[in-house]
Design a protein around this ligand. Sequence first.
Ligand SMILES: Nc1ncnc2c1ncn2[C@@H]1O[C@H](COP(=O)(O)OP(=O)(O)OP(=O)(O)O)[C@@H](O)[C@H]1O
Length: 710
Amino acid sequence: MPCQLLPICSLDSPGILRFNLGASILRRAFPFKLKYLPFPAKPARILRHSSDSVGIARRNSLRLDNSRFPSKQKSLVKDDAQLGDRQFKEMERDGKRSSRGKNKIALGDGKINPKASVQDTIFSKRSDDSSKSLQVISKGRGKRTLDGSGGRASKIFPSKRRVSTQLGEEDEGEDWNSDSHPKFTAPSNSAQLKKGKSVNAVCAVSPIISASEDESYLSETRFEHCSLSSLSLKGIKDAGYVRMTMVQEATLPLILQGGTTVGKDVLAKAKTGTGKTVAFLTSAFPQFYHLQVVSLQLPAIEVISKLPTFDLDRKRPSINVLVICPTRELALQAAAEADKLLKYHPSIGVQAVIGGTRLTQEQRHMQANPCQILIATPGRLKDHIENTTGFVSRLNGVKILVLDEADRLLDMGFRKDIERIISTVPKQRQTLLFSATIPNDVRQICHISLKKDYKFISTVEEGSEETHSQVKQMHLIAPLEKHFSILYCILKKHISEDFDYKVIVFCTTAMLTKLVADLLSKLHLNVREIHSRKSQSYRTKVSEEFRQSKGLILVSSDVSARGVDYPDVTLVVQVGLPSDREQYVHRLGRTGRKGKEGKGVLMLAPWESFFLTTIKDLPITEASLPSIDPNAARQVEQAVKLVDMKNKESAYQAWLGYYNSDKNIGRDKSKLVELANEFSRSLGLRDPPAIPKLILRKMGLHNVPGLHSK
Ligand SMILES: Nc1ncnc2c1ncn2[C@@H]1O[C@H](COP(=O)(O)OP(=O)(O)OP(=O)(O)O)[C@@H](O)[C@H]1O
């Protein structure tokens, strides 16, 4: 074995991993021989499509055939980014700030109860039957199920049901397969090996441990123990879910207590990637019993169909379950999950309505395919409330309102829209708020959506962190001018260590995301980008591709920070200041899902290090600064030169806007401009780019020396 090719493992890496890493490299070099070696064959780079996970894409005829060959995939479309107001909107969306206090872990009747244990309170009001299941739960954490499935998602069946979302026609102009786009070229195996070798010694980031899975996120309770209909149970089983996750076990019995009447409101907190989506979707099932009865009462339907034309609106079923998600990707994902679970409820329709698509098209679609479950982003939902005929009367039927990522939705950025939406749904409803982070200020204002006697359920044990212990967290403080080289180093090292790497690099704004993606692809890394400046069809394609791929880096703004369930992400890198503690936790939560291992690196400049105090309770350790290989530094310098000037200008302006809105950094304007100009130098620019006067005025920077205006 050519040991000089093996990556240098950090001291805390178990010996066995060194073998695996070596094996991974050997597999690349000698794939034909490896079948004789006593370790499993290399997993496919592109995971086989599960029919359901691509349900939406399939319905919208988004062909992802070339995603089977990510390294050869073509570059995507031109960004439609324009400077000016849209940039402010992006910053508002992606760079929202809020000052929040530390979380308390609590549970009870809407009051913080630091002493009560989760299970005590959850099950205290249960019937005898439920307390039996409590005993099982308390004993059985982390054990395997009798059938050995361990509750893991296994086979997923194709669904013939309909989740619908419409992609705008204006988006169809992007040709995913067009030859006119420049190609991404992945490094050849041997080249990659060589480059991998060159960065081994310089990066302090230890290797990722291959995908072992901890089952502590699963409870011992099986779905069949819950009072769900046999059809719902069949759907759950087909989705591959056998045992409930801890949050499902904690919330479902409580939420379902109401049966077909209005049940308790619930505010639930559980760590990222632990099955909150299934928890709130399954809670909606009693609504389906009701709907099934209606659909069987054919005479009633007959009567409705004979109503005069002015009454035809009533033919559209009311929306019974309304789920609101902060991002489009998340809404699409929740709709796909609902579709999967409702496989055996053919009369129940699910539809996603999201921004970035044509409203009229969505309206037509809603009319043609009425749904009882609507999953929406707030802005688009408000558009429908204001512009779609009959929509408000359909919302009169809402029995369950779910706010997924509740703290984000109740944050100032969305608060007004949410209040407007809440005012259109009936007061007599059940409201469910779910998130991995519920800061105190959100607890203070959640009464705008919850009834007074709501239950707070937290599966994050008192005194434990909101992040997963199997995710190794590190931070790295380095001068801005070194950030690109260090990022390159970290990525190269990670790629060399883990053949099945799947990395998300989070950047502070959309334009910085674009710049970093551009830079990394010029460095021949296999990169995709996703942010709000991209069209929705592009975002959906990239998101789906990343979900199914391995050996890919997704450079993302905060559109992917919350909720998005990309399986097997091996590393999350956060470049620059996260907007707040919660955003740090959610971004990190894209790795280490479902008990898997993962790693997170937070890269800050020295003047951003104050952020570390907001996460000081998390197990984050300092990584030593890598000494940058001169060759890598040269490559980065060359690549920076190749990045389009327009791109650099937009990134500079976005940078200024983002940090200007940070209350720590934006307070001292002269210092801010100094730092911005340091950033501009890191882009290889001698003079900082000029910014339109109007924008400078909007930022309150029009008279600050050191800025160029145009
Ligand atoms: N009972 C279950 N058994 C096995 N897997 C499950 C179960 N419930 C959900 N999952 C899977 O767990 C993964 C994570 O679920 P989900 O995305 O709902 O997590 P989450 O808690 O909402 O995360 P986030 O806080 O990031 O939004 C998904 O792939 C989902 O299919």
